[in-house]
Write a protein that binds this ligand. Structure first.
Ligand code: NAD
Ligand code: UD1
Length: 338
């Protein structure tokens, strides 16, 4: 059974390809390399001993997607990671974000329908909840209007999946709402490749410790949290990758309870920025040079997941301890500088 992994040379996609191959699935990756590079295929091959098939193409081009499905008639399921994901950039370039993220999904779904491919797992985000009124968030927590065009593409893509599932009875669509993915493969053969100055906490932190950045800014210590810094649910990228394997298996074994399902994928634990810095220092023995600055515009105060549904229905649970995740993030940063 071949799995099409769109965005498979990206950060989460590449870790998922490794887990899929190690679970015996054959993979074909489709990616236009707009935020990754083909060297990732070597990293995957070093870990698994298998170099996945790779198709360089832009999924916004419907004809190219159709040709892809025609070349790989044995595709049994799709994991759709491909998207643009920089929140700030999406505010500046809303058309590019809507065009890329919505058209890619719609082209993939249209080709699936044409070729009779029934199963798709989609990368959604906890951003669809915004600042929830009650924590932790369950799948029943209402979604809030998105704060950015990027976030809005996730809400809109979820709606597309819901509507398509209603009428395409044979299709099984499943969205995973990731909380904050961090870390890298323990082999340090693959990891996150931030483009330019990182916006996300962990790449900025590891680059600071590596001496590439002068100081980490902690955005806000006046939140209504125990230490005043913002709280997130940081999920190890390998744990997250494993969630895709069980989700695909659920669909292919027909264990899904509806044509469209969605699950929170986090650890169930909230950690503040300051707690995370301390955990990093404990895990690596390195000192993090940081200063407290004002809040970052658009940030929410706190969010973490209730993962009961994923634990029960997918039989999946986050396993990697946070110190190990942070040690792997540091190992990857050092590898990047070799
Ligand atoms: P990433 O940028 O590392 O990977 C995305 C991949 O998609 C890249 O390799 C990029 O080249 C490719 N791509 C983008 N547009 C494409 C197109 N039109 N055609 C072909 N390929 C295209 O990002 P990631 O962190 O691995 O994220 C994967 C998915 O998970 C995305 O949908 C993202 O929105 C979602 N997500 C990520 C996070 C996070 O914190 N990283 C959190 C929640 C959700
Ligand atoms: C952001 C996006 C989210 C997206 C996720 C992954 C916003 C509002 N949300 O989540 O939609 O899914 O990235 O791409 O942008 N922090 C610092 N200093 C830094 C960087 C971050 O203190 O230099 C803090 C932030 O204020 C936040 C936490 O660290 O409290 C995590 O930030 P980040 O890694 O950027 O992720 P989110 O903002 O949670």
């Amino acid at each position: 059974m071949k799995i099409l992994v769109t965005g498979g040379t990206g950060y989460i996609g590449s870790h998922t390809v490794v887990e899929l191959q190690q679970s015996g699935y054959e993979v074909v990756i489709a990616d236009n390399l707009c935020n990754s590079n083909a060297g990732v295929l070597d990293g995957i091959a070093r870990i698994t001993g298998v170099r996945p098939a790779f198709e360089e193409l832009d999924l916004t081009e419907g004809e190219k997607v159709r040709e892809l499905f025609a070349r790989h008639r044995d595709i049994g399921a799709v994991i759709h990671f491909a998207a643009l994901k920089a929140v700030g950039e999406s505010v500046q370039k809303p058309l590019e974000y809507y065009r890329n993220n919505l058209n890619s999904l719609m082209n993939v779904l249209a080709s699936m329908r044409e070729c009779g491919v029934k199963h798709l797992v989609f990368s959604s985000s906890c951003t669809v909840y915004g600042q929830a009124d009650v924590l932790p968030v369950t799948e029943q927590t209402p979604r809030k209007p998105a704060e950015s065009p990027y976030g809005n593409t996730k809400t809109m893509c979820e709606d597309i999946l819901r509507d398509v599932a209603k009428v395409e009875q044979g299709m099984n669509l499943l969205a995973l709402r990731y909380f904050n993915p961090i870390g890298a493969h323990p082999s340090a053969c693959i990891g996150e490749l931030p483009n330019g100055v990182p916006n996300n906490l962990i790449p900025y932190l590891t680059q600071t410790v590596a001496g590439i950045r002068e100081q980490l800014s902690v955005f806000g210590d006046d939140y209504h949290t125990p230490d005043g810094s913002a709280i997130r649910d940081y999920i190890d990228v390998v744990d997250l990758a494993r969630a895709h394997v069980v989700a695909i298996r659920r669909l292919m074994e027909g264990k899904n309870k509806a044509n469209y399902e969605y699950f929170n994928i986090g650890t169930g634990n909230g950690l503040s920025v300051l707690e995370l810095i301390r955990a990093f220092e404990r895990a690596t023995g390195e000192k993090v040079n940081y200063k407290i600055v004002g809040r970052r515009a658009g940030d929410i105060e706190q969010v973490w997941a209730d993962t009961t549904l994923a634990n029960r229905e997918l039989g999946w649970k986050a396993e990697v301890p946070i110190e190990e995740t942070l040690a792997n993030a540091w190992k990857w940063q050092k590898h990047l500088m070799e």
